[in-house]
Write a protein that binds this ligand. Structure first.
Ligand code: COA
Length: 703
């Protein structure tokens, strides 16, 4: 129900009815009709009001049923108590889309009425956006059916927002920042249509060059990911999500009546789908505006030109943060920039033309960056100085920008200074020239656009699964569930690993000291011995684990000690035996896991493992399905990725075996739906070609 053709009528209707239209200025029902009229809407407008004959020059109808022609979109602005009845009338009229501006439904606990509204609409073949929204605007449809701004400045950035109030504020802010909008939609309670449905329209909207989404919580994560991937395949998407902190997440949940998903997973998912995450509104606006109006930074050689060493260093740091590759062919840099750089400046990147630089020096330097074909993009920084001819700042930026545009090269400016500089920035921004008052804003705008291009070139939609006998794994799970357990025993965890082909230390479960000795002798010392009992979960606390056993006598003694300790710890415990396991040799400890996220479904995890995993929390997530390239990106995505290169003279770790294991865990999660959590920790990884060993695998299950 959300293909381009169908959703299009919500944004570009041929006729709009407003139930609750009013002739009283200041009322929401008045503002919607006024905005439609003033926004230049060319379709039919039908105000519906039982008391009025005419509203803002349009014939008013006492009921929607009285309207002669068809109605594509019905906007509802009557109080909550009248909304269901209005929806029934709109559906009876055959309207296709209903936007409900009215508040007072699930967001304040009234789920029942909201459900009835959606059921009624859907039964009649209509879809609902809202309730609790400020409306929808589309430049293509010249249709401003919001109650907010009288005039929305048309342009090429689309905004989809879950928060209505923030959306209204964004209209003002975008206008102030000279950002024109192609689409604006308030998503509200998402009773029926959601952000993914609106994104569907924006994907196909030719006016839209970049997309900004404000999200509080995602209900259908799988649909969101699928649509987001298709959106980023054609245009850049920046997402501003509230709820990063735990308190913020709680506020967001109560605000919209939807649960904010776990933030780490949300973060991972949007990265995986090629979207950028902004921390502030300003960042989001800057990034979207830059991406919509500047040639894409597709290549890999960027230079910084500055008149101040300090801001040059700040920009260099920011380049590292945003992975912008710096051009460093010293000969070419020298050739390009020495004519205008004094001896005490620097022609190395960042190119420092020094505090004495005038507009003429900037013109020369930026002409050099424009014509040097090895340079692919520029960050031009200016710090206000006494020697600079300030009156020439705006023309210098204008001219050098034009030159770079002619040659298809991205350029971004950071102009730092007082009132005159701020005036200059405002003037330049009016002409869509990317001039910012802060180095970070300039570099991050280029960086986000660069990373988006990088994503597009690496984008690979293939999916990799492992060949695993998951039937065998499911039968282990069914046995455990039949015994009333919500977890697998360590020995069962090992069986799962073995079935999946994830290497485990040699092990054997025995029931006599003699058999224990026999097993230990066969696998070689040292060994570890552990109690096997479903009644003892924390084996170490029970004195049920002994490490580093080195000989026959120690095995027999350990057997007796573990038995005695376990019986003392829980006299009623059923003890299935004692597990004798080969102690694994030293390697690098990682963690591989997976779980089911309430919004995004199965996700896999990789990170630094061992006992401090919860303190260090250096883990990354990816939603399913994934391919080997994405699994490989998980390895480089952790902060301690350097461990994979081998530390203190170690050889590089066996990355391929980790990627194999991640794909195997993904396959298990996908094909064994009763597994809720898998955690292999530690998984000890050896040098390249030597594989890994899963030392402990905890698996939680649920019927
Ligand atoms: N059919 C059509 N119109 C009807 C009607 C019906 N069955 N019953 C009443 N109306 C008319 C009213 O007569 C009134 O018109 P009038 O000004 O000519 O008298 C109009 O509908 C609006 O009704 P009213 O009772 O005056 O409501 P209101 O304008 O004070 O409030 C809402 C209505 C929807 C604005 C309000 O309930 C609300 O939800 N406000 C919050 C909106 C919001 O913030 N949304 C989220 C934004 S992010």
């Amino acid at each position: 129900m959300n293909s381009k053709g169908e959703i299009k009528r919500l944004f570009e209707p041929e006729s709009v009815a407003v139930i609750g239209a009013s002739g009283t200025p200041g009322k929401i029902g008045y503002s919607v009709v006024r905005n439609l009229k003033n926004g230049g809407y060319e379709g039919k407008i039908y105000p519906i009001n039982p008391k009025a004959d005419e509203i803002l020059g349009f014939k008013s109808y006492s009921g929607i049923g009285k309207v002669d022609g068809p109605v594509d979109l019905t906007v509802i602005t009557v109080p909550a108590s009248l909304t269901l009845a209005s929806v029934e009338e709109a559906v009876a009229k055959g309207t296709k889309y209903i936007t409900i501006i009215t508040s007072g439904f699930s967001e304040v606990g009234d789920y029942e009425t909201e459900e009835k509204i959606v059921a009624c609409a859907n039964a009649g073949g209509a879809r609902v956006l809202g309730p609790n929204i400020f409306g929808v605007f589309s430049a293509a449809g010249k249709c401003n059916s919001t109650f907010s701004a009288n005039n929305i400045f048309p342009g090429n950035v689309a905004i989809l927002t879950q928060s209505g109030a923030l959306g209204i504020a964004m209209i003002g802010k975008t206008a102030a920042a000279n950002i024109g909008l192609s689409v604006l939609a308030s998503i509200g309670n998402k009773s029926d249509l959601d952000e993914a449905d609106c994104l569907e329209y924006v994907i196909h909207d030719n006016n839209t060059k970049s997309i900004l989404m404000y999200v509080e919580g995602i209900k259908d994560g799988i649909k969101f990911m699928e649509t987001l991937k298709r959106a980023t395949a054609v245009k850049p998407v920046v997402i501003l999500k509230a709820g990063r902190s735990e308190r913020g997440a709680m506020a967001a949940a109560s605000h919209t009546g939807s649960l904010a998903g776990s933030d780490e997973i949300f973060d991972a998912v949007i990265k995986q789908c090629g979207a950028a995450r902004a921390e502030t509104l300003e960042e989001a606006f800057n990034w979207c505006n830059f991406a919509a109006n500047t040639p894409p930074p597709k290549k890999d050689n960027y230079v910084i030109v500055t008149n101040g060493g300090g801001i040059g260093v700040m920009a260099t740091d920011a380049c590292e943060q945003y992975n912008i590759p710096m051009y460093d062919d010293q000969n070419k840099l020298q050739e390009a920039f020495s004519p205008m750089t004094p001896a005490f400046g620097s022609v190395k990147n960042p190119v420092d033309i020094t505090g004495g630089a005038t507009s003429k020096d900037y013109n020369l330097a930026l002409e050099a960056s424009a014509v040097t074909k090895e340079i692919d993009g520029v960050m031009a920084l200016y710090c206000e100085t006494a020697t600079f001819d300030t009156e020439n700042l705006t023309p210098m930026v204008r001219d050098t920008y034009k030159r770079h545009m002619e040659l298809g090269k991205p350029i971004v400016y950071a102009l730092v200074g007082g009132e005159a500089v701020s005036d200059s920035i405002r003037t330049l921004q009016k002409d869509k020239i990317p001039a910012f008052s802060d180095v970070m804003h300039a570099v991050s705008s280029l960086g986000v656009a660069y990373n988006y291009q990088h994503y597009l070139t690496r984008k690979n939609d293939s999916v990799d699964w492992a060949k695993i006998d998951t039937k065998a794994i499911n039968s282990i799970i069914d046995t455990a569930l039949a015994e009333g357990r919500s977890f697998l025993l360590a020995s069962e965890g090992y069986s799962v690993m073995k079935t999946a082909g994830i290497s485990i230390p040699e092990n054997s479960i025995v029931t006599t000291p003699e058999k224990a000795t026999e097993a230990a002798e066969k696998m070689g010392y040292p060994v570890v011995m552990k109690v096997v009992s479903r009644d003892i979960l924390h084996k170490s606390d029970a004195g049920g684990v002994i490490l580093g056993i080195k000989g026959k006598d120690e095995v027999a003694k350990a057997y007796d000690t573990i038995m005695a300790n376990s019986k003392k710890y829980n006299p009623k415990a059923v003890i299935d035996g004692i597990e004798v396991t080969q102690m694994v040799s030293l390697g690098t400890e990682f963690i591989i896991g997976g779980r089911r996220d309430p919004a995004f479904g199965p996700v896999v995890m990789f990170g630094l493992g061992g006992v401090y995993v919860e303190v260090i929390k250096d883990v990354v997530f990816r939603a399913l399905p994934l391919n080997r390239q994405e699994a490989g990106d998980m390895l480089t995505g952790i902060k301690s990725a350097k461990f994979l290169e081998g530390v203190r003279g170690q050889a590089p770790r066996d990355r391929n075996s980790i990627i194999d294991a991640i794909i195997k865990v993904a396959t298990i999660l996908n094909e064994c739906p009763k597994i809720t959590d898998i955690e292999i920790n530690p998984i000890v990884v050896y040098e390249e070609g030597k594989g890994l060993k899963a030392v402990d695998a905890r698996i939680m299950i649920e019927n």
